[in-house]
Ligand binder design. Structure first.
Ligand code: ACO
Length: 323
């Protein structure tokens, strides 16, 4: 038994913050941001709009595309680094919002790899026969943990959500998923506070619930790790890189994406690129890109997709999918 993607959906909040808007907030330029990252704008959740609110919109769209209703669901796996609250987890909060109950609903915290991790978990539930209709969500309100006075990180991140519905199938579907983590890099990309460690106040009187990043080092390790995970994914399936129809990458930085595309010998026309429109939305970025590829008619049924992501931890991973 395999799982297959029955439908995709995504949602971006209404408010847009352009590079020109950022020029008014600190010393930077549209040209610098575009050249170094490929980002043109990011979407920002409205006041009071939460990660689950965004995830709900994406989930509704994915369920509509899959032709399923909430009562059909028997599993929710929700990848996020910016949960609405410490608990209940976002999967459970989403379940309540959908008006259903009595099946497993969980949150997965793996930073930008959150969706790939969530997809891998849901795939295994379906393969084992423990679920027949799984909702997999990646959603974030990263704007809430961005230091808007720090130009080295504030230019990168945004809010959004994406979702897929997985159903059982006789043929793949999801062919394989590959997950990795290396906590020895925990100090290169992190948010330093939490209920167990505490919420101290810094010298500026703020709780530093902000993303901290050593951009240059993250960049180099991301390129290397993504390069080896795509090689590993192809090797595990005995495939040549020419077999891939579409690369659906984590949308962190156009230069990281270009490096992975080069490694795969895949032209940028065969890469789904959404980074310009919404920046790095962490766990939401892969399903946002997937949905953009599907809804624009570029990704067609039967094509071979390679999804990949890399994020804080570090965590990284890939999924090879016959759409
Ligand atoms: N505008 C203008 N100048 C800036 C800005 C800005 N927004 N930010 C930094 N600079 C300056 C720096 O101060 C520095 O100036 P100096 O040379 O006078 O000291 C200069 O630009 C170069 O700074 P670097 O940090 O070396 O710039 P770099 O080319 O590395 O680009 C960036 C920075 C865009 C953050 C890059 O390192 C990067 O993209 N890293 C990967 C980050 C990433 O993608 N993280 C996410 C992946 S994992 C995940 O998704 C969570």
């Amino acid at each position: 038994m395999y799982s297959r993607i029955a439908g995709t959906g995504s949602y971006l909040p209404e408010k847009v913050l352009t590079n020109h808007d950022l020029e008014k907030m600190f010393e930077t330029s549209d040209e610098w941001i575009r050249e170094r990252t490929g980002i043109g704008q990011r979407h920002i959740a409205a006041e009071g709009q939460t990660t689950v609110d965004l995830g709900l919109e994406a989930a509704r769209r994915a369920m509509e595309a899959a032709g399923v209703v909430p009562e059909d669901l028997d599993l929710i796996v929700f990848g996020t680094t910016t949960p609405d609250q410490i608990f209940p987890n976002c999967g459970t909060l989403l379940q309540e919002r959908l008006g259903v109950r009595n099946f497993p609903a969980m949150g997965v915290e793996a930073a930008c790899s959150g969706f790939i991790y969530a997809l891998s978990i849901a795939d295994k539930f379906i393969r084992l026969g423990d679920a027949k209709c799984a909702l997999v969500v990646g959603a974030e309100t990263l704007s809430r943990i961005v230091d808007w006075t720090d130009r080295s990180t504030a230019i990168l991140f945004g809010d959004g959500a994406g979702a897929v519905v997985l159903k059982p199938a006789d043929d793949p579907g999801i062919i394989s998923t590959h997950l990795r983590a290396d906590g020895s890099h925990k100090d290169l990309l992190y948010c330093p506070v939490g209920p167990s460690k505490g919420f101290p106040v810094d010298e500026r009187g703020r709780t530093p619930m902000f993303i901290h990043m050593a951009g240059n080092e993250v960049f180099k390790i991301a390129v290397k790790s993504l390069g080896s995970i795509v090689d590993e994914t192809l090797a595990a399936n005995g495939l040549d890189k020419s077999a891939i129809d579409w690369l659906v990458p984590h949308q962190a930085n156009i230069r990281i994406i270009q490096a992975t595309a080069k490694k795969l010998d895949i032209p940028l026309e065969r890469v789904i690129l959404t980074v310009e429109e919404h920046g790095n939305t962490s766990a939401a970025s892969v399903p946002l890109a997937l949905d953009a590829g599907v809804r624009s008619g570029r990704i067609k049924r039967g094509e071979l997709l390679l999804l990949e992501a890399f994020g804080g931890g570090f965590t990284w991973g890939s999924a090879l999918i016959r759409y």
